[in-house]
Design a protein around this ligand. Sequence first.
Ligand code: MTE
Ligand code: MO
Length: 257
Amino acid sequence: MPNFKEEIISAKQVRNKTLAWLLVFTLLVTAIVTMAAMFSREWNPRKGKGAAGIPSQFRAVMNTNESIFSFLLSDAHLAKTFPRSAAVKRVKVNGNYGVGKDFDPSAWKLQLIRMPGDTLYITIDEIKALPKTDIIFDFKCIEGWSQVTHWAGVRFSDFVKKYDLGEQSHMRYVGLHTPDNAYYVGIDTKSILHPQTILCYEMNGLPLPMDQGAPLRLIIPVKYGIKHLKRIGTIFFSNNRPPDYWFEKGYDYFSGL
Ligand SMILES: Nc1nc2c(c(=O)[nH]1)N[C@H]1C(S)=C(S)[C@@H](COP(=O)(O)O)O[C@H]1N2
Ligand SMILES: [Mo]
């Protein structure tokens, strides 16, 4: 004859034990992650503060987050897209570093530094001759606003094929600067090769407006607005983090969505 009372008590005990172990496990993992972050390369108590007064231990935690999110981010992670009719007609203009009036679009060429000493100068017509991709997505700024907008251009991954950047695309980062170097971003290669990332020359089916980054800007739906550099002057590849305007002001380097 089974003893029901005994069975009920032992089931309860098992549950309590499981919960206790879960708690211990969670605490252990939290402690390990925190310690790893603190003792990682970025942790330097002598420096005290990191960029823009961000304590380096917080920065280290952000970097740990970056490695976790870049691991999770794959081509399968697509930003939600919308029908053309959902795109707003009046697109907000935000941020004008490096997009001043003193600029001659007719003299512009994209400077592509393939390697030190190997730079290509590419015209906008050469870029427009590449396969065109449209993207309608919810553009999000870290200031808190977002809007559904419609952009078109060449996929960065198609650009990589066209300009023989296979070797470079194994490097860890891509750096982009405005022609006057006033604004600059660094992007992890995985995100720039994402199928929704484009070198963009059209908005709402029309040539990109000047204050929105003509002749060419970056549209990278897997990242916040700060990374969508307007008016690209230079593109280069690097295994070290390229300089990044808002990272230097204390924002997250990855700024992924
Ligand atoms: N050159 C340049 N690109 C830039 C910025 C800037 O100040 N200068 N601001 C960024 C920010 S914070 C946002 S939200 C988007 C805004 O793009 P939009 O003006 O087309 O809406 O551009 C990004 N790209
Ligand atoms: Mo932004």
